[in-house]
Design a protein. Structure first.
Lengths: 379, 259, 312
């Protein structure tokens, strides 16, 4: 027993020494540190401001099936606004989809046959927008809503207190019904930054030891290989977490992105994702022999799929089935769903257990794989 | 085009010396890497530049090969000013170091052709000299092999031949024989002698003290200064030493700085 | 017990295309300094990596401290010290931090084995807060040696500890190794510098994956049977060329200010030949060989032997 206890303290001591060394490496490499913390901030600001497009003279189409005074008045109001140009006006909705597909118009306003004061109190205006650029789609919806609301207000004033009739705007979105993207880049950036910090830096830090020859010494020491891996990963785990908090604070207080769900749940899920990324980094480090290869592997192997297949820049719904299927093996996709759901929808664990399970499964598989691939010897 | 002549104390140094350095100093911040050194290397001479690690050898060599500017002092290499004519210096020297000299993933012939071309050797000339070079080094059968697959000794001999391929006035050799076996090391020095016989000035650093004896003159740097200079025989006489190793040990052991 | 015992060890790379070590046999006794002497590419580093369990052999086996290098690799890693050829300390850590790290790694403290590294460490101690990357080559090697020694290993593997460092630091390092040998630590060391061979108790010449000779340096020199002369004249370069042409020359090569000549004859015949060829200030003396002469002779005999095989 005594021996075992001594052995345990020995392992803790070794572990402590190793981790201290790793932190020295991290904090003395000022440039990498700067990149690590400045990069997410820049990205948040870049995406945050670049994606809020100003809307000006968007081409829209009006399908007036009602030919009532009211529909005419609303159409005029839309035409008069600086935001829209009515490119087409037709009486039926047959060609709507074709026009949108051809990119001739961004949105369609449809007045149904029975639209107008005469037909009763409740009226509905249909609004169909093209959703591949969610920011524009959302802005269009807001503006049309505002114009119609404004019209109702004028009508109200004309008729004193009596409300002549109410108008509902029924919104339909083509190609991106969930409106992914408007604030979606925040979860996307989080996923991307985790990928860079955890995967790339972990991989590079292990491979650097290989290049400098110190890895040989570590191998020929009594240190257990698993300790080498954990010690290498731990500092980056901490740094990634710090980074995550910075990103979240920035998104909330600078960009005003809501955080509807539980902060703790978000943190817990993020830790899981960080772990996934770290294991990827360790796996790459066992494959790569030079820092350049480690870098390329993690960039091509992780960063690119994250950007392409997560759905925060290119909506997955628009992709061919094969790519949608491919996206399933990209961990960032699942994390993206989790963050989106917690932050923007405010859901609890019950709704995201499936994604969590997938991420957990990936992490365990990867850990097993990197332990298996970890070479106790050289080649 | 003949460059301008430089007369110092009535001596035309461009005619007489391959390298002329006077009070040459290089500081990095507070640290004086090269401290007020003066020396000349005559044309066609084999000049050994010795010193402990960190004595300032590399810095001095970088100044002379036009890679960095000195802080103060005067130096002319192949008659060109190290302050203003660094590009001309580079065209007139060859350089070889133990660390990098040839591309391992290029073949022998590709390496030669590459260096010949960047030093402006004409294609026809290039071909002829390549042929002679391969013959001299007995590398005809290896001409199309990757340099990476050659033994170190062959690589170093090839690297040297490439460094003097454009027939420079001076060739700088930075520890060219480090780790090479005794036999190849001697073959390497045969090449150096041949080059020197053809009029190329050789400026060489080495950690093998027996190689220092092959030089016409050697200088010994300690803590950024030249502690001793002369022919190996003169130095051994002066310090009553049996070989250059003892001279070196005597002088360098008193060194203060370790950087 | 032999500290290291190697039997018919063979290692190839590239699926057998490159033979790094060819059927090596040797044994190292307790507390001796055993030198592996040979040029770059001879197979020194491969042998080190096999013995430190970083590589596995293709054929043959070896025991280190009684443990098999394949089966018992963990036991070997617990008890040996290793300093690879490339500088392997952390350049962004200070001298002190590096030493501390390696001490903890091997479950010891700097204080516990300070006496072992005292002589070396005292020289670098004034710079203990300097980053290892800013040390000179000699100082780096001294620090690396301190780190390899800090856990008082029974057996120390040093792969070219003196390569690329200046002669003064080299002498220092060897003095330290001598002292460690007296402490009972067995040292297995390699070097490309022939003159360092005399500092070892026994040496093995290695060339092209083959061990040529295992002996004490004294015996290697005593076993040298050729007539060796040192020759000097006023024209070194031409002298070397002339010596090559002399019919009674078996081998000739430059050696410092002299040329060394292995002769199939006596000095008078050589002198006569040189005088005939207009050499002046001729100085010829019969000399005892040094290790480098012995190595060159070994290689000559082998290549002559190989040529014989090729021609036959």
């Amino acid at each position: 027993m005594h021996h075992k206890k001594k052995n345990n303290t020995k392992i803790f001591k070794q572990f402590g020494a190793f981790i201290r060394k790793e932190f020295y490496h991290v904090f003395r490499d000022k440039r990498t540190l700067l990149v690590m913390f400045a990069l997410p901030a820049v990205q948040i600001l870049l995406f945050g401001f670049a994606l809020t497009n100003e809307l000006k003279n968007a081409n829209i189409m009006v399908v007036n099936q009602a030919s009532s005074i009211e529909s005419k008045e609303i159409t005029d109001k839309i035409e008069a606004s600086p935001f829209f140009t009515i490119k087409m006006a037709e009486h039926n909705a047959e060609n709507v989809e074709t026009y949108i597909k051809q990119g001739k118009i961004k949105a369609v306003v449809i007045f149904p046959e029975n639209f107008g004061r005469a037909t009763g109190k409740d009226n509905t205006v249909q609004l169909i927008t093209e959703g591949t650029d969610p920011n524009i789609a959302k802005t269009i919806i807001n503006y049309i809503n505002a114009i119609i609301g404004d019209y109702q207000l004028t009508e109200l004033n004309k008729n004193g207190t009596k409300m002549p009739f109410t108008i509902d705007v029924e919104v339909a979105m083509l190609y991106n019904p969930e409106l992914n993207g408007s604030m979606m880049f925040i979860p996307g950036v989080i996923a991307m930054v985790m990928m860079i910090v955890c995967t790339t830096l972990t991989a590079v830090s292990v491979v650097r030891e290989k290049e400098f020859g110190s890895f040989e010494v570590l191998l020929v020491s009594p240190l257990r290989p698993i300790l080498v891996l954990i010690s290498k990963a731990l500092p980056y785990f901490v740094l990634s977490f710090a980074n995550l908090i910075i990103i979240l604070l920035m998104s909330k207080y600078i960009l005003g992105v809501p955080l509807k769900g539980s902060v703790f749940l978000l943190m817990a899920e993020s830790m899981l994702f960080i772990l996934t990324c770290l294991t990827f980094g360790l796996l790459f480090s066992s494959i790569a022999e030079t820092q350049a290869v480690a870098m390329l592997l993690s960039m091509m192997g992780m960063l690119l799929p994250t950007i392409l297949f997560t759905g925060f820049i290119f909506p997955l719904e628009n992709m061919p089935t094969f790519y949608q299927w491919l996206a399933n093996i990209v961990p960032a996709k699942w994390y993206f769903i989790v963050v989106k759901d917690i932050m923007l929808k405010g859901v609890g664990f019950a709704s995201i257990w499936k994604e969590t399970a997938i991420l957990g499964g990936m992490t365990i598989t990867l850990t097993a794989l990197s332990l298996l691939k970890f070479k106790k010897r050289m080649q | 085009m003949k460059h301008k002549e430089l007369i110092v104390d009535g001596v035309n140094i461009t005619d007489k010396y391959a390298i002329y350095a006077e009070n040459l100093t290089k500081k990095f911040g507070d640290f004086t890497a090269v401290n007020n050194i003066s020396f000349n290397v005559e044309k066609g001479e084999i000049f050994g530049f010795l010193g402990a690690n960190g004595a300032g050898k590399t810095t001095a060599m970088r100044i002379l090969s036009g890679l960095i500017k000195p802080t103060s002092g005067t130096a002319y290499v192949a008659g060109y000013d190290v302050y203003k004519e660094q590009e001309k210096i580079k065209n007139n020297i060859g350089y070889m170091s133990q660390k990098f000299s040839l591309y391992e993933d290029l073949t022998v012939v590709e390496n030669i052709k590459f260096y010949g071309t960047i030093y402006g050797v004409k294609p026809k000339e290039n071909k002829e000299r390549t042929f002679t070079l391969l013959e001299t080094l007995n590398l005809q059968n290896e001409a199309n092999k990757l340099v990476g697959s050659l033994p170190l000794g062959w690589k170093q001999k090839l690297a040297f031949s490439v460094a003097i391929f454009h027939i420079p006035k001076i060739v700088f050799l930075d520890e060219p024989t480090s780790g090479v076996d005794p036999i190849t090391r001697r073959q390497f020095w045969d090449l150096i002698y041949d080059a020197s016989n053809k009029g190329i000035t050789v400026f060489v650093t080495t950690h093998y003290m027996d190689e220092a004896e092959y030089c016409n003159r050697i200088s010994l740097m300690v803590d950024g200064k030249i502690a001793a200079m002369g022919s190996p025989a003169e130095l051994k006489n002066k310090y009553k030493a049996n070989d250059v190793n003892e001279v070196f040990y005597h002088l360098a052991h008193s060194a203060k700085r370790i950087e | 017990m032999k500290i290291i015992e190697i039997n018919n060890l063979t290692k190839t790379y590239n699926k057998g295309k490159v033979i790094a070590l060819d059927n090596i046999n040797l044994a190292v006794e307790e507390s001796e300094i055993f030198g592996l002497i040979g040029p770059d590419g001879a197979g020194k580093t491969t042998l080190f990596r096999l013995l430190t369990t970083l590589l596995t052999p293709d054929k043959g086996n070896a025991k280190v401290l009684g443990y098999d290098i394949v089966e018992d690799f963990e036991a070997i890693r617990e008890s040996v010290g290793y300093m690879p050829g490339r500088f392997s300390l952390y350049s962004d850590l200070t001298v002190k931090e590096n030493l501390q790290f390696f001490a903890t790694l091997f479950d010891t403290t700097i204080e516990e084995n300070y006496h072992l590294i005292k002589d070396i460490y005292e020289q670098i101690e004034p710079f203990k807060n300097r980053r290892a990357g800013n040390l000179s080559g000699g100082m780096k090697q001294k620090l690396a040696l301190s780190c390899a020694l800090i856990h008082k290993p029974k057996l120390l593997f040093l792969d070219e500890p003196t390569t690329g460092i200046d002669p003064v630091s080299r002498v220092d390092l060897w003095n330290m190794l001598k002292k460690l040998g007296r402490e009972g630590i067995t040292i297995f060391v390699s070097t490309p510098y022939m003159d360092e061979a005399t500092k070892c108790d026994r040496i093995a010449f290695i060339d092209n994956g083959h061990i040529l000779n295992i002996e004490s340096p004294e015996n290697i020199i005593t076993n040298y049977k050729q007539n060796l002369f040192a020759v000097k004249s006023e024209k070194t370069y031409l002298l070397l060329k002339a010596l090559e042409k002399f019919p009674k020359t078996i081998n000739s090569y430059a050696f410092g200010e002299y040329a060394h000549v292995v002769l199939n004859g006596d000095e008078n015949q050589l002198k006569e030949y040189l005088v005939q060829n207009d050499f002046k200030e001729i100085d010829i003396k019969k000399i005892d060989p040094n290790i480098e002469d012995c190595f060159i002779e070994e290689i000559r005999v082998i290549s002559q032997h190989n040529r014989g095989i090729n021609e036959a």
